[in-house]
Design a protein around this ligand. Structure first.
Ligand SMILES: [Zn+2]
Length: 326
């Protein structure tokens, strides 16, 4: 069947490239619509994976990996179905912004969406109520975007349903990284949408910064293929036997700027640090008489995320830790 707004069938065999169209009337475009690109690759009766990129428009690692994957995977290479949305927040992707420039919304805070809401609400509604119900699991590729950079790893939202949690952790382990990030608060994210549909989901945090690192894109690509192999959709890709360490993002893992300034970090990403250790200094080059202000780590952990921009404003996330769960 053809869902309202879709110009391709989700159930068609072979590779289909089309769009999801939603009304998006603006001052410049009466009766206008927004087209969110969609690729469906189907062969046989194996499981369905929903692959999402560009929920945050400034995160190009996942968007580029999924564009490559949509172009390179042939239908006869899979048993099952791939539903690929490489640039879910399409206006944000086109403008290089985290939030949609159309309605100012953070797509990963808008689920379950609203069929009568703004353009971001409408796409969230379709992802939650059409695409997720069609799939067996979801891979939602994120990176840090312009203002954060991560040690690359998959991320699992911990469902209270033990079976669902176990399925998500199994898929994340297939990614083959040293760490898995785990979070408990899913807010109004894709993870909340997945939990409401009783579907396993893995997200990722694969690098970040203004320029998508080719190594991170390769990891997004190869990790996604390993997850697809684990699910039995694609053959011949090595599944990592490793048991990654779980790192939590708790409220005591974050260090935010206490005031405006220029941050000089002390450690590189991946460093093992302790509560009270010097994390870096805030400095004011335009006020040379003002002494540097020391900032310390808020907890024991691994420095998994850092702001790749020196200039900070009061309240900016400067860094955060991953705290081992065992
Ligand atoms: Zn993101």
């Amino acid at each position: 069947m053809l869902y309202p707004g879709f110009d391709i069938e989700l159930g068609a065999d072979g590779k289909s490239i089309g769009n999801i169209w939603v009304y998006d009337v603006t001052n410049e475009s009466a009766e206008g619509k927004t087209a969110t690109p969609l690729v469906v690759i189907k062969n046989g009766d194996g499981p369905t994976a929903l692959l999402l990129g560009g929920i945050h428009g400034d995160e190009y690692v996942g968007q580029l990996a999924l564009t490559r994957l949509a172009q390179e995977i042939a239908a006869n290479e899979i048993n099952g179905r791939l539903i690929i949305v490489p640039a879910a927040n399409v206006y944000a992707s086109q403008s290089g912004t985290r939030l949609s420039p159309r309605d100012g919304k953070n797509m990963n805070g808008c689920f379950p969406g609203n069929a009568d809401g703004s353009v971001t609400d409408k796409i969230c509604n379709i992802i939650e109520n059409v695409l997720i119900p069609e799939c067996d699991f979801i891979v939602d590729l994120h990176s840090g975007g312009r203002s954060l950079e991560y040690v690359p790893a998959p991320l699992v939202p911990l469902s209270k349903d033990e079976a669902l949690k176990g399925r998500s952790l199994d898929l994340a382990a297939a990614f083959g990284t040293e760490y898995i990030y785990v979070i408990e608060d899913v807010g109004q994210t894709t993870a909340a949408a997945a939990h409401r549909n009783n579907k396993p989901l893995i997200a990722t945090e694969l690098g970040g910064g203004e320029l998508a690192d080719p190594d991170a894109i390769d990891l997004a690509y190869s990790g996604t293929l390993k997850v697809l192999a684990k699910a039995g959709i694609i053959q011949g890709k090595e599944v990592s036997p490793s048991v990654p360490q779980q790192l939590a993002f708790g409220p005591n893992a974050f260090l935010r700027a206490p005031t405006d300034g220029v941050f000089l970090p002390k450690h590189k990403l991946g460093a093992i640090v302790h509560k009270g250790d010097v994390a870096g200094h805030l400095m004011w080059p335009h006020e040379p008489e003002r002494l540097a202000h020391e900032l310390v780590y808020p907890n024991d952990g691994i420095l998994v995320c850092r702001r790749p921009i020196n200039r900070v404003k009061k309240g900016d996330c400067i860094l955060h830790l991953g705290i081992p769960t065992t």
